[in-house]
Write a protein that binds this ligand. Structure first.
Ligand code: TLP
Length: 347
């Protein structure tokens, strides 16, 4: 199967498996896992922040950050297609007791401007108004099609948020993909954010895990909340061993995923009825609308599956994500399959 549903589907490389098998481990709840400690130190160093904490998932990393930055009853501002709002199954309301305040990105890029944020910002302290407690950003922006926020734009939003008394959390699940496009380091892209969550288990190819990065005080508190959320793990160095390889080696090859995504976007853009702006395919995510084909996304996905290709769908849109387990040949097979499905009127 050519699995384009997500970059979460990657299998650990032979090198990762060997490192996992041979990892030096200890009890990480006692802070005694040397491989885990090394991974966390390296992550903090690469992001040029004081400390880092491994968490089992991006969702847990984001939710610990939301919990730590807010008080129950506050608002969290987020772009309306943000992962924290749409794919974390209401966790922020449950664990942090906050209201998510979605904001539309008018140009569709998913990258909010300060003017857009300011329309819902409320820090006036009037007791019967919802008060804003946190701004969450997402880079790259998944549901906007892997769009990238520049270091300057992020710095500008952080400066304005901080001036308004708001902390900023970055959902950087795919922040390393953003480095390829901007030529900025992850440290530059997140310099002024108060916390960052990034995933080892997406384009970087590790089997499990994300890392939360921030100040020493923030990470000390995050460690307590990770335990409360049930994320304290024991010989977790087995996972950290793969994570270290993901962190050190995978960023160098992400440009290959972007090239494949671009190739895919150009290929399907030529199929009648598919709406996609190839210019906006900046990283490894390709989202397109099939409404004008007269077929359904469910039907197209089922036909693709019969042709050995897996894609995801939501409404009239479909998503295909490139990653290290996908080749140019796979992309050509996918374009061909899409062409024949949409020609055959069978879906
Ligand atoms: N995204 C998944 C699905 O949940 C949609 C995917 O296949 O893309 N932030 C962002 C921006 C993400 O895209 C994801 C996962 C997460 C956080 C959560 O990471 P996990 O799955 O490790 O909890």
């Amino acid at each position: 199967m050519i699995d384009l549903r997500s970059d979460t589907v990657t299998k650990p490389s032979d090198k990762m498996r060997a490192a996992m098998a041979n990892a030096e481990v200890g009890d990480d709840v006692y802070g005694e896992d040397p491989t885990m400690n090394r991974l966390q130190e390296r992550a903090a160093e690469i992001f040029e922040k004081e400390a880092a904490l491994f968490v089992p998932s991006g969702t847990m990393g984001n939710q610990i950050a939301v919990k730590l930055h807010t008080q129950p009853g506050q608002d969290v501002i987020i772009e309306e297609r943000g992962h924290i709002l749409n794919y974390e199954v209401g966790s922020s309301a449950i664990f942090a007791g906050v209201t998510i305040r979605p904001v539309k990105s008018v140009d569709g890029s998913g990258i909010l401007t300060w003017d857009e944020i300011a329309t819902v910002l409320n820090t006036d302290g009037v007791y019967d108004h919802n008060q804003t407690g946190l701004l969450c950003l997402e880079n790259t922006h998944n549901l906007a099609g892997g769009r990238v926020m520049s270091a300057d734009h992020c710095a500008d939003l952080c400066e304005k948020a901080h001036a308004a008394g708001l902390p900023v959390h970055m959902d950087g699940a795919r922040i390393f993909n953003a480095t390829v496009v901007t030529n900025s380091s992850v440290a530059e892209l997140t310099r002024h954010c108060d916390s960052i969550q990034f995933c080892l288990s997406k384009g970087l190819g590790a089997p499990v895990g994300s890392i939360l990065v921030g100040s020493k005080d923030f990470i000390r508190e995050a460690l307590i909340w990770r335990k409360r959320f049930g994320g304290g793990m024991r010989q977790a160095g087995i996972l950290a061993a793969a994570g270290l390889i993901a962190l050190e080696e995978s960023p160098k090859r992400l440009h290959e995923d972007h090239e494949l995504a671009h190739h895919l976007a150009i290929g399907i853009a030529g199929i009648p009825g598919i709406a996609i702006n190839v210019e906006t395919v900046e990283t490894n995510i390709v989202i397109f609308d099939i409404a004008a084909t007269g077929k359904t996304t469910k039907g197209i996905c089922a036909s693709l599956k019969e042709n050995g290709v897996l894609a995801s769908e939501f409404g009239t849109r479909m998503r295909m994500v490139t990653h290290c387990d996908v080749s140019l040949k796979d992309i050509e097979t996918t374009i061909e399959a899409m062409g024949s499905i949409l020609d055959s009127r069978s879906a």
